[in-house]
Design a protein around this ligand. Structure first.
Ligand code: 5GP
Ligand code: ZN
Length: 304
């Protein structure tokens, strides 16, 4: 359920031409001004992470369906996953499709799943790529990735999109390497967002695991402090919005994707994710819709 404040902010963004609504909730076109802020912020993340020399990977919005199946996502978040379907029939099925369209009936029944699934989190497609290279070198792997991500959660909250961009840094290695990475990015993420001049808080969090079994998974994730979020108030101070996430997957994804250390043991993984649209929405909210009028310190951090 979207709140009045969320809907009001959405309307303001649309009236200002920053977002263009479509017939589908949570699916927008973004303006040039919106895109420019994303690009500037992205460049700031690049500058911050460049000292570590990450390998850069940029993904399309889809990944192999096998990657989704292997990842465990369907076990934990079946409600959010999306697969790409396409027509796979002959002339008879084609005629039925057109007839259904013309009647205004559901024409999608004959669609078959393709080999592509939407990417739910930017780091997923990178694990198969790293695993294919064989056992990791002693210093593990460090990636700078970005993807459009899909999550099936239609909403009128402009900070809850069905298709959005996630920028991540991903670490694969020993538990020590991976935890050190997460500590480093907790500090860097805070410093980046402090330089953006927005109020923020970092807190333990859990993912929206599905169903009754999911409640236990969520409680366990919190107890072990596996996930932290950097929260910024956008349309509510009581319920601020997660703009960055810091995730330690232990050996869960290492097991799922066959990621091995040099000695053959299963690698651990962690990632830091920047929700690019949410960060732009936070900046527009706190500094106004005209980036030229933003505080000098923020402009300096972004336009250098
Ligand atoms: P997570 O995997 O932790 O759920 O998501 C990683 C990051 O992606 C979050 O910290 C957040 O910034 C962003 N994100 C998650 N869900 C949404 C969403 O529905 N819309 C948008 N715009 N960003 C999201
Ligand atoms: Zn990730």
């Amino acid at each position: 359920m979207s709140t009045e404040a969320q809907i009001a902010y959405r309307n303001e963004l649309i009236a200002a031409g920053l977002l263009h609504a479509t017939d589908v909730d949570g699916l927008y076109a973004q303006s040039g001004a919106f895109e420019e802020i994303i690009m500037r912020f992205n460049a700031l993340v690049t500058r911050t992470g460049a000292v570590d020399g990450p390998e850069v990977l940029r993904f399309p919005p889809g990944m192999p369906r096998g990657t989704l199946e292997r990842s465990g996502y369907l076990r934990s978040f079946p409600q959010l996953a999306g697969t790409i379907h396409s027509f796979a029939g002959g002339d008879v099925e084609h005629a039925a499709l057109i007839a259904a369209l013309e009647r205004g009936d559901d024409w999608t029944g004959g669609q078959k799943a393709t080999g592509i699934a939407f990417t739910p989190a930017a780091c997923y497609p990178s694990y198969t790529i790293v695993a294919k290279r064989g056992p990791l070198p002693a210093d593990g792997a460090l990636l700078d990735v970005q993807s459009w991500c899909f999550r099936h959660e239609p909403s009128l909250d402009p900070a809850r999109l069905q298709l959005f961009r996630m920028r991540e840094h991903v670490r694969v290695g020993t538990p020590q390497q991976v935890l050190e990475f997460r500590e480093r990015w907790l500090k860097r993420g805070r410093a980046i967002m402090e330089s953006m001049g927005v109020p923020l808080d970092i807190d333990v969090a859990n993912d929206p695991f599905f169903g009754r079994a999911g409640r236990m998974l969520a409680a366990n994730q919190r107890d072990q402090a596996l996930k932290f979020e950097l929260l910024v108030p956008i349309t509510s101070t009581e319920k601020p919005t997660a703009c960055l996430s810091f995730n330690y997957h232990q050996d869960h994804l290492g097991q799922a994707f066959g990621l091995r250390l040099a000695d053959g043991t299963v690698a651990h993984t962690a990632c830091v994710g920047f929700g690019l649209e949410r960060i732009v929405l936070a900046l527009l909210r706190h500094h106004g819709f005209d980036p030229k009028a933003w505080p000098d310190s923020v402009r300096h951090a972004l336009w250098t």
